[in-house]
Design a protein around this ligand. Sequence first.
Ligand code: ADP
Ligand code: MG
Length: 591
Amino acid sequence: MSIHVLPPEVAAKIAAGEVVERPASVVKELVENAIDAGARTIRVEAREGGRRLIRVSDDGNGIPPDEVPVAFARHATSKLSCVEDLERITTLGFRGEALASIAAVSRLSLISRPDSHPAGAEIRFEGGEQVSLGPKGAPTGTTVAVENLFYNVPARLKFLKAPATEGGHIHRVVVNYALAYPELRFHLTLDQRVAFQTSGDGNLHSVLVEVMGLETARQMIEISPQAPATSPQPPAPISVSGYVGMPSLHRAQRDRLKFFVNRRWVNDRSLGAAVTQAYHTFLPVGRHPVAVINVTLDPADVDVNVHPTKSEVKFRDQRQVFSVVQKAVRSTVVSAAPVPHVGSSFGHGRAHDSVVSPEEAERWRRLTPGSGRSATQLGFEAQRTLPDDEGTSFQPAADGLPLLRVVGQIAQTYVVAEGPDGLYLVDQHAAHERVLYELMQADRVSAKVASQQLLEPVAVELTPAQAAVLEAEAATLAEIGFDVEPFGGTTFRLRAVPDILLKTDPATALADILAELAEGAVPLSRQSDERLIVTVCKRAAIKAGQTLSMQEMQDLIHKLERCSAPRTCPHGRPTMLHLSAAQLAREFGRM
Ligand code: ADP
Ligand code: MG
């Protein structure tokens, strides 16, 4: 075949393929146009996963009747006029391709009327051919109906998934814009059922409630405002806002991590990595946080014209954006000591431990017999307490606990305690894990991990996988108090164990710990020593279902009070629930 220029209709279909990949891409482009047109309310309707019909109506500026046909010309846009404009894009669209592309691969009608015009216009296309144009009475705004998408592109049609799947993609697109634009009202119907809607009250948290449900939304904390980060030259402030999940909230997939750059949803691996890094040690291995993050920066510092669907962006200073996001999320997660308030309304999750006056603390201390130094019955670790700050200050650290008075135990699993601000329900296992973890870390830092020589060395039979972990981790195991030597094949001799494991059967404990690490599948990495310690603490901690004496509970709570991060266990789950005095009063109708 000789070289020739493709006929325009073929070229148009090829170009359309870049923009319109599936029904959800049509929804995305039409919703963007509505937002760019200053709409307050945007309705989206789809039938059969968008294959049969997609209709998007808005109450935005509308298109003057005489400009309606031009809007469908390729590269026709009202949002950009010169190359320099590309440097400072503030609209979602700018390529002038969407309407032309969608019209090329469907049967499309558009009705539009600007407020200033008494009558609107209607235009119809079939497979890119204009089939009608005329005046039409209509409310202010624009409605675009797209029917029989890809009817003339069989190759694309073949690749469409089941209506439910395509509907799911449409749903996600609308959700993303609702998150980016809380001040707009969105309304989505799929096959005539309302699938999603927002109130447009301008509050991102209201949208989170609609998207994730009240329970999940309650566990999300607002990113604390930061001083804008400024790079030396030229000044380029980057700000980060949004909500991040408390560490107790995590998912197997990354799908609940959403990023918006200048209010545009983007798919950016590096931002994902920044957030994951910010949660380091707060989340169990292999789990992903939940977060909705808005990054705002000078449009000149970000290139959105990387991809036809504009879902990828390029930052001028990628490293700086990464670091600003990572810091903002980290400081929010760290400062928002994650004590979930039982049934508390959102926004009270932070700084709820009133700083107690010295008099109050003194009074409280008289009421809490367990809070002084006491004989302990929790095992060997109890003889050594964490640095004791009693007498110097009664004020809890930013993340610290107030002094608590133990009331009792329920379900042989939770310790009920009272503090100056209400009731605390403490998970005995998680709390003890935290105590042991901090103890072990402190000992490690000072290089004096307490280890006990066994009276008789014990032979431990390991599986090859466990033996591999043992060999890989030999140095850390020694550092935290294990003394193990090879005894031929996969048999080893255990001579000493960390103090905290003495109450257990040391050989089984070692095998269990190695088995758990071996199962982790993730190859042991940089943080493997961290995981090892966490696993040892988990094995050594009091279990649920164990009855504790009053003394043991007081002892546990007393040690927890001294931890630097008492509110989560080393896996990131909460160690306690807090029901504040105010909350109690409210629940009982006292206020
Ligand atoms: P782009 O959005 O990149 O400019 P489109 O092909 O999506 O390109 O739209 C072409 C033009 O049509 C837009 O620039 C805008 O002027 C007009 N337009 C499209 N949709 C709407 C709408 N919903 N309301 C008002 N004007 C619209
Ligand atoms: Mg557009």
